[in-house]
Design a protein around this ligand. Sequence first.
Ligand SMILES: CCCCCCCC/C=C\C/C=C/C(=O)SCCNC(=O)CCNC(=O)[C@H](O)C(C)(C)COP(=O)(O)OP(=O)(O)OC[C@H]1O[C@@H](n2cnc3c(N)ncnc32)[C@H](O)[C@@H]1OP(=O)(O)O
Length: 719
Amino acid sequence: MAQYTRVSGVVGLITLQNPPVNALSAVVRQGIVDKVETALSDPKVKSVVICGQNGNFCGGADIKEFGTKMFGPPLIPMIHSIEAANKPVVAAIEGSALGGGLELALGCHYRIAHSKARLGLPEVTLGLLPAAGGSQRLPRLIGVPAALNLITTGRHVTAAEALQLGIVDQVTDHNTVDAAVKFALSVAGRSLDARRISTYPCPRPSDLDALFEEVMQKVRQSARGAIAPVACVQAVRAAATLPYTQGMEREKELMATLFTSGQARAMQYIFFAQRAVGRWRMPSGASWDTSKPRPVTKAAVIGLGTMGRGIAVALARAGLSVVAVETQEKQLLEAKQAMSSMLERGAKRRGGVPALGLISYSQSIQAAADVDLVIEAVFEDMALKIEVFKQLTAVCKPGTLLCTNTSGLDVDQLASETPNPELVVGMHFFAPAHVMNLLEVVYGPRSSPQAVATAMQLGKKMGKASVAVGNCSGFVGNRMLKLYLEQASFLLEEGATPELVDRALEEFGFPMGVFRMSDLSGLDVGWRVRKAAGLAEPGEASGPSARIRKGYRYSPIGDLVCEQGRFGQKTGRGWYQYEKPGSRVARSDPWMHSFLEQYRARHGLVARSIDHQEVLERCLYSLINEGFRILEDGIAAGPEDIDVIYVFGYGWPRHRGGPMFYASMVGLAKVLERLEHYHQAHPDVPNLQPCSLLRRLVASGSPPVHMWREVRKKLHSQL
Ligand SMILES: CCCCCCCC/C=C\C/C=C/C(=O)SCCNC(=O)CCNC(=O)[C@H](O)C(C)(C)COP(=O)(O)OP(=O)(O)OC[C@H]1O[C@@H](n2cnc3c(N)ncnc32)[C@H](O)[C@@H]1OP(=O)(O)O
């Protein structure tokens, strides 16, 4: 709702009230319409201020209303009536003015913002466009290039940038509502002719066509297959080329297509899923609302390889004091230099001061004596990690949380080597750790809820989507990835090329296909793991057993590629070739094609034609099937956890909502049928066998994603 009061005798103050972000629900819209009318019809009122309750202007349209039958006054005429008012209306912006919230402010005649406020039109991140006049007013106010940037990226700007761009008229460090009321008093009675943005001509850059062409290419490239960024560009083009009313018609038309699209549903699902994963629950019943995190002000990072450096930088950026420990002197010096420049570059990009002073460096683990939490990031080797944990136990003050950064080692085994296993959790960061926004917080059976709560809170503080998951080989992300990689290799054996597989996945929306991605991460990493697991055998065996391990199909192709010293980008050769070691542009490699032909010939495999659909079904459905197993095992509490992990950590296209949501969009019955089909065709691949939770869900009529937990519970209670 909206509250109305008169202040200073002549200013009508309308306060939006809809905690926590004052979203524009039907009730709020009705409140605004009513209170604006009250203010405009009161002869004593000379000007109006609109603000939001509890230091937050407005988080935009109420996303929960989308997909439901919408009622209440629509936004467009509501904003139009504010702009058309004959008394000045001032927006007092504190906290956030986002989406419909900023569009409301753009309908006001003036905008005053607090210095800490954030403004933006993030609709594109929800699969939409700013369709309450935002796509038409913003370019008229700040010009086409700046509006295109804001609307197609959805980025939030600070009040200082908003002032510089011309979005707001004034920034204050003091009470924003007081400043706005004072301002409203000063402009009372002034002509508003020059303050209605919809009447402004849109500034047209001379190279309009070239500009739109360039931006269109950029958005098509950065979010492959996503329709909202394209519609955003089209809407801004309408602002630049059509009169306002026709532009509004175009905005409405484009929004109508987006609003009911599967992509918008997927992106809005991810918005809520990202928040839902913060409400974690362990199988023991312990959960976010019953477990209090410990305060962490000082942390240590042990081991300053690539991961350790990124983690230490992320911690310092979050404002923690960090003790960075590396026993090798040369490595320590290198790390210090690299981390300083990471911090400096980051500060330059974001604006602000690099947190150099927050990090102290040491060669001795003793330096971790007084920290609240340690993140061990040494080499991925259990014996080494056990040794480091032993030393930490002796050095650290009682109660220090011991976290291990591992991408798949057994967290419980490590915990069992310490006298206080309840203080141990896994923190699986993704490389580069100061850039990637995902963290898997891995709890073992003995991790205390408080340790989990602390790691989750720390992840959030570092700005990462943090997901609590159970302990198993590969946790959630890598456990599923293994199946995806496996199918990709099988497809090569059967006749595909790396290019064909990658093209199919990139057209689906991944920023990189599986082979280009593997070249980037380094092929030797997986090879080492396969060797340790006794899967990769030296030299090339032939005969039927060469492609069988433990009775099941295995593809040694990746091992053979590594044996050639082809580790990907770092060696200049991998699944593709590169201009030189370290180069990033992948080029087709004739060597690889003849290698694959010879390999197939040696193993008596006849290449067949493989289409994109088969690539997608085999790679994605096997990964999804493992996702269902993970749910069945209780390693992830719900499908949202898996989807957030895949969207934030593995490049799964956001507009497809994550693998589990995607499965629900495809139809669970279809996923099941295709898995059965492929399992029949490849009985030696057990992972293609549909798991029982998937079968149970289909038998229960394929309920929507949010009901899967219930079905799983029932399945468990019957086992
Ligand atoms: C046929 C055509 C039909 C046309 C119909 C047209 C209608 C639309 C017309 C115009 C277009 C306008 C569209 C929009 O405005 S879309 C919304 C744009 N706004 C956003 O994307 C902002 C989303 N919110 C945030 O980014 C953040 O919440 C924040 C920065 C505002 C605050 O962050 P923080 O303090 O970290 O809090 P949380 O994110 O945790 O949020 C708290 C709580 O609030 C819920 N919530 C946040 N924003 C909204 C919202 N806009 N609507 C509904 N609910 C919202 C959030 O989900 C959290 O709750 P929880 O999930 O229960 O935890």
